[in-house]
Design a protein around this ligand. Sequence first.
Ligand SMILES: O=C(O)c1ccccc1NCC(=O)[C@H](O)[C@H](O)COP(=O)(O)O
Length: 261
Amino acid sequence: MSILKKIILEKEKEVVELKKREFNKTHPKAISSFQQTVENSNNMNIISEIKRASPSKGEIRMDVDPVEQAKQYEAAGASAISVLTDRSFFNGSMDDLRAVREAVDLPILCKDFIIDSVQIDQAKEAGANIILLIAAALTDEQLQQLYQYACELDLEVLCEVHNEEEMHRVLLLEPEIIGINNRNLNTFEVDIKTTEKLAAMVSNPSTVLVSESGIRTGEDVYRAKESGARAILVGETLMRSDNLVDTFRELQLAVKEEEVR
Ligand SMILES: O=C(O)c1ccccc1NCC(=O)[C@H](O)[C@H](O)COP(=O)(O)O
């Protein structure tokens, strides 16, 4: 069984529990939108992720304090913070997101595997500004309904694709933000060529393209930028960095490898 299938089975159980609860579908903290942040910036926008562990890498940094990490991301120049809220596979939690919301004023992406609107209610209540919809995990009808529902709650939506077929499906929504995930969820291989190939399918210049996963060097960022990405989503590289200011500088320099030599 694929990892995505396993995660979705777990989410189906979580949804049953969430449906027994009531959620406040508002949040008192007003935050400027991620899209606006990108519009106003000339730099590569870095969505900086809080990621303790993952199916592909196992433990990354289990002892991280999400609030301290988020404050450091904000100080280093992050455009948004991604908080992995899945517990079973990534060792995250919605409490992490809530705590980060209190501590920083950046847009927050609730990085989870959403299959039902009740998860969107939960993310909104915790203070998320952006939710993730993964095309590979959803039917066209679910994609459409969940996208619409998130917009009604004033949330931004990062629609994530891994291949051409998913990109065709997502483009039908005319989304404002598209994430191209460089990680193959079956083999866990990461290849920035995925961004290069799929970005070419997006003709609307106002769509914000985000290159996700496996970004480690200025050259990776250079290739994402040349493809049209205006943002990158980075987890492991930042979680393992012992000098975030230098790592941000390297990623934002976005130069070709031969220019470094
Ligand atoms: O990271 C994984 O192993 C993973 C496995 C299965 C589904 C999703 C997975 N990751 C979620 C993400 O999208 C990444 O955390 C995010 O793009 C950052 O990736 P990275 O910079 O490579 O840590």
